[in-house]
Write a protein that binds this ligand. Structure first.
Ligand code: ADP
Ligand code: MG
Length: 238
């Protein structure tokens, strides 16, 4: 169970405030998408939830735990990045198993989890390959698989499809939606692609200049945007 609550969450780098006291309640198992122009604070917000960026004000609660001071490795989360961040010298199998090995999970348990995730993601035939022998879409599946084997309550995805070509992005959008339904986890997904936001999200959070302008379902955002910025961002193709 992992709903997430951001209360007056703030992030400053020295004198520069990039996230301004934002409030947001995310329900357990919800698929939330953060959208907004480049530099508006999406990644910083996600990185605070991940514990990769220190919170400089407010409270961050995951499940029923205040996690402001909980290190990233002790949070029940997994993160998937745009650039995959796979280990180049390890096979796909090793890439997926590595996190569990660090946690000293038993080898037979690791083996079951890696193979199960590989099957769901249709990458079983790639387990012995190195990342450089994979296509972009395959690498992104491995990155998803690496997150899946940890069975986290929360998946954090930062523009996971932005390095893929348009056709593959369409396929992977559907795959990630399917994965969310199947996994019983909360997904927080950052993108600047409004098609992704409109087709994948339970609710969309529209950000601008480190503030939240509107939080609503895709349909409601489209029908009743709070201002011209939201209307333009949601309505106009970019
Ligand atoms: P987005 O993901 O929406 O494009 P970011 O969260 O990456 O935006 O960045 C928000 C703002 O914070 C930007 O102005 C960026 O330059 C600034 N920023 C991000 N990380 C740092 C950092 N480590 N030090 C200083 N400024 C940063
Ligand atoms: Mg970003």
């Amino acid at each position: 169970m992992a709903g997430i609550t951001l209360s007056k969450l703030n992030k400053s780098f020295g004198a520069l405030t990039v996230v301004h006291d934002i409030d947001l309640e995310i329900a357990d198992k919800e698929f939330i998408i953060l959208v907004g122009p480049s530099g508006c604070g999406k990644s910083t917000t996600l990185r605070m939830i991940a514990g990769l960026e220190e919170v400089t004000g407010g409270e961050l609660v995951i499940g029923d735990q205040l996690v402001n001071d909980v290190p990233s490795k002790d949070r029940d989360i997994a993160m998937v990045f745009q650039n995959y961040a796979l280990y180049p010298h390890m096979t796909v199998y090793k890439n997926m198993a590595f996190g569990l090995q660090l946690r000293k999970a038993p080898q037979d348990e690791i083996d079951v989890k890696v193979k199960e995730a590989a099957k769901i993601l249709d990458i079983e035939h790639l387990l012995n390959r190195k990342p450089k022998a994979l296509s972009g879409g395959q690498r992104q599946r491995v990155a998803l698989g690496r997150a899946m084997v940890r069975n986290p309550a929360v998946f954090l995805l930062d523009e996971p499809l932005s390095n893929l070509d348009a056709k593959l992005r369409g396929t992977m959008r559907a795959e990630i939606t399917k994965l969310h339904k199947r996994l019983d986890a909360t997904f927080i997904y950052v993108t600047h692609d409004q098609v992704e936001a409109m087709t994948m999200a339970d609710r969309i959070v529209v950000m601008k200049d480190g503030r939240i302008l509107q939080v609503d379902t895709p349909q409601n955002l489209y029908d009743t945007p709070v201002n011209m910025f939201v209307a333009g961002f949601i309505g106009a193709p970019q």
